[in-house]
Write a protein that binds this ligand. Structure first.
Ligand SMILES: *Cc1c(COP(=O)(O)O)cnc(C)c1O
Length: 360
């Protein structure tokens, strides 16, 4: 039997024609492309964590409920007793789990357009219809058009990152409220950037029948541990828990997350430093006559002169700084770069690079 013939028969054409998720090679570069926290832990804490990891029972399956991290998370995030939590191997896994549930109901998935790509990528992968919800000129909810799409397509699931990635802004609360009231979809408010904004919609999960909140530890310094959570009424969480893979949170992650939460002051002071650095970076770019979009996240979007985004991306890279070129990904993102807020010396490297090649 011929392997290529088998692959052709057994792997769908859409998969064969597609690509694996691509991550830019950042070897040797200052990494300002993926919204990671730039700070490492103080050495004493690294050693203390190492000792705890060394004692983890790797011969056993992990606790399927990750019991040890539940109360610390509840305390740190001030999650009321009336809400329950479901944990995922990053929010990516939770997004996949929620969307996979739409296969059987035949309902569509909606998310803002532009927004976090995984909503659409995973909907496509599961063959669940996906519809983008258009934004207005201020990157806010275009309410009439959202309601029209929602009425036409009757989605079962609407993802709303608050603030949005890659635009960085918060959607206006009143408009979001109207969307929640007018749809019979489950609205997943994705608070991936909760550490960098004062906005917080946890109480909506308690008050509205059709809202759950998704969060992640990826943006506060634990991207490598892959830990996300869904917070919602126990009736919702109980159902989704039935389709969660039983051992999705591995034993090392459970230890690392619990340890991190015991030292939540470190996470908080790092996030506060990133918020300060976001102001400094935005100001420094504006002083250089660049348009910078307001951001409630740990990244900023800057506009380059017309048709220069790709050129600037390459020049920054040549100067050792990796950012994300958004140009070409959506019409409203033409001539833009997304820069993750890094440590002060990384901001300085970015600014120096800009000054050098714009002076040429
Ligand atoms: C970064 C990001 C996530 C995080 O995904 P993880 O799988 O938890 O790392 C989720 N949603 C949005 C909108 C993001 O930008």
């Amino acid at each position: 039997m011929n392997r290529q013939a088998l692959i052709k028969a057994l792997i769908p054409q859409s998969v064969r024609d597609g690509d694996a998720y691509k991550v830019a090679d950042a070897t040797g570069l200052i990494k300002l492309d993926a919204m990671e926290n730039p700070f490492v832990w103080p050495e004493a804490l690294q050693h203390a964590l190492g000792e705890q990891l060394a004692r983890a029972a790797l011969n056993r399956y992990p606790d399927p409920q990750a019991t040890e991290v539940r109360q610390p998370l509840r305390d740190w995030m001030q999650i009321p007793e009336s809400l329950e939590m479901l944990f995922g191997n990053g929010s990516d896994e939770i997004i996949a789990l929620l969307i996979s549930n739409c296969i059987a109901t035949g309902r569509a998935v909606c998310a803002p357009d532009p927004s976090f790509v995984m909503f659409k990528v995973l909907a496509n992968q599961y063959r669940v219809p996906f519809y983008g919800l258009p934004l207005d000129d201020a990157h806010d909810i275009d309410l009439d058009r959202w309601l029209a799409v929602i009425e036409d397509t009757r989605p079962g699931l609407i993802f709303v990152p608050q603030p949005n990635n890659p635009t960085g802004n918060l959607f206006e609360t009143e408009r979001l409220k109207r969307v929640v009231e007018r749809t019979e979809a489950l609205v997943v408010i994705d608070e991936a950037y909760t550490a960098f904004t004062d906005a917080n919609y946890l109480n909506w999960a308690a008050d509205a029948p059709n809202v759950v909140i998704m969060r992640t530890l990826s943006k506060v310094g634990l991207a490598g541990s892959r830990f996300g959570l869904l917070i919602g009424h126990p009736d919702w969480i109980d159902e989704f828990d039935k389709i969660r893979l039983p051992y999705n949170i591995n034993a090392l992650t459970q230890v690392a997350v619990r340890f991190a939460l015991e030292h939540a002051d470190v996470l908080e002071s790092q996030s506060a430093a990133i918020r300060d650095e976001r102001s400094r970076l935005s100001e420094a770019l504006r002083v250089r006559q660049l348009v910078v979009w307001p951001s409630e996240a740990n990244f900023v979007v800057m506009q380059t002169p017309p048709s220069q985004a790709r050129v600037w991306f390459e020049k920054l890279k040549a100067h050792g700084v990796l950012v994300k070129c958004l140009d070409g990904t959506h019409p409203s993102l033409a001539d833009t770069l997304r820069v993750t807020v890094g440590a002060p010396h990384e901001t300085d490297a970015l600014l120096n690079a800009l000054d050098q090649f714009t002076a040429d």
